[in-house]
Write a protein that binds this ligand. Structure first.
Ligand code: SAH
Length: 259
């Protein structure tokens, strides 16, 4: 595969800093190592090393979603890639599913889900705040080059307004809300039997309250609650060990299946 105009690419400098570019003929990208011309990238094979105007070498790769979501504009806090990975596994997310999500936030997990679902799947996302909704829309649009046709984005309060009349028969429900138990009555109506509900929250009080309220429904099999640690190591011949810094806490993942 070769880079072409309009592609999003990531540039990695020798200090492993990343920059994201949308390729456009005859444009230049200026940074602390001088500049590079987009024409140095367009038409080349994926994965190249090029020299900046000041003679530094940098790498250019096709954009990974994990780089994109960490660098994109944020309204609400995003779900980190390490947690998104496990949510996709525990939620058994695959092509063709119909998925409901609230709140949309900055769209980090929406972008992953949309890229997996394919044209036969559908994602319906609710977000209560106008400003976050706009950021989400911008982030999704920039990544895919357009708003995918199977992405329905609504400004809606899942606690008080409930599901829109068109939104039903979901295979999965994903909640990333401050008070997910307040959404349960509404999302339960939209989730198919055998479907999976996942809730993501940073504090244990939220998790416990959610589990207690979920148990009251009597029609959910509680599969588990998970916390994900990802520790990066540096590898040098005489000093191979974990790096100093680590993201210590993000959120807990709760998984249940509808009976
Ligand atoms: N999962 C998102 C982050 C969501 S942050 C991501 O990966 O980027 C939680 C979001 O829930 C916030 O944007 C907040 O505005 C929204 N929210 C809070 N209460 C809500 C409600 N009642 N209905 C819909 N969205 C709500």
């Amino acid at each position: 595969m070769r880079f072409k105009e309009g592609d999003l690419v990531e540039i990695i400098d020798k200090k492993e800093r990343k920059f994201i570019l949308k390729l456009k003929k005859n444009e230049k990208f200026h940074f602390h190592y001088g500049f590079i011309e987009h024409n140095q990238i367009i038409g080349k094979e994926y994965g190249i090393k090029i020299l900046t105007s000041k003679g530094f070498s940098i790498f250019v790769f096709p954009l990974k979603k994990s780089s994109y979501i960490l660098h994109m504009k944020r309204g609400a806090q995003i779900i980190y890639p390490k947690d998104i990975g496990q949510i996709l596994i525990h939620g058994d997310i695959h092509r063709g599913l119909k998925i409901f999500e609230a709140g949309g936030g900055s769209g980090a997990i929406s972008i992953y889900i949309l890229s997996i679902l394919g044209k036969s799947g559908k994602l319906v996302t609710y977000e209560i705040r106008d400003d976050f909704l706009n950021i989400l829309k911008e982030n999704v649009e920039r990544f895919f080059g357009e708003i995918p046709k199977n992405f329905i984005l609504r400004k809606r309060d899942i606690y008080n307004e409930g599901l829109h009349e068109d939104d039903k028969n979901f295979d999965r429900v994903l909640l990333d809300l401050p008070e997910p138990w307040n959404a349960l009555k509404n999302v339960d109506k939209g989730l198919k039997k055998g479907g999976i509900i996942i809730s993501y929250n940073p504090t244990i009080q939220q998790i416990i309250k959610f589990k207690i309220e979920l148990d009251k429904f009597g029609n959910y099999f509680f599969e588990g609650m998970y916390e994900i640690f990802e520790r990066r190591w540096k590898i040098e011949e005489l000093a191979t060990r974990p790096v100093d810094g680590m993201i210590a806490h993000t959120g807990f993942i709760v998984v249940a299946r509808k009976i």
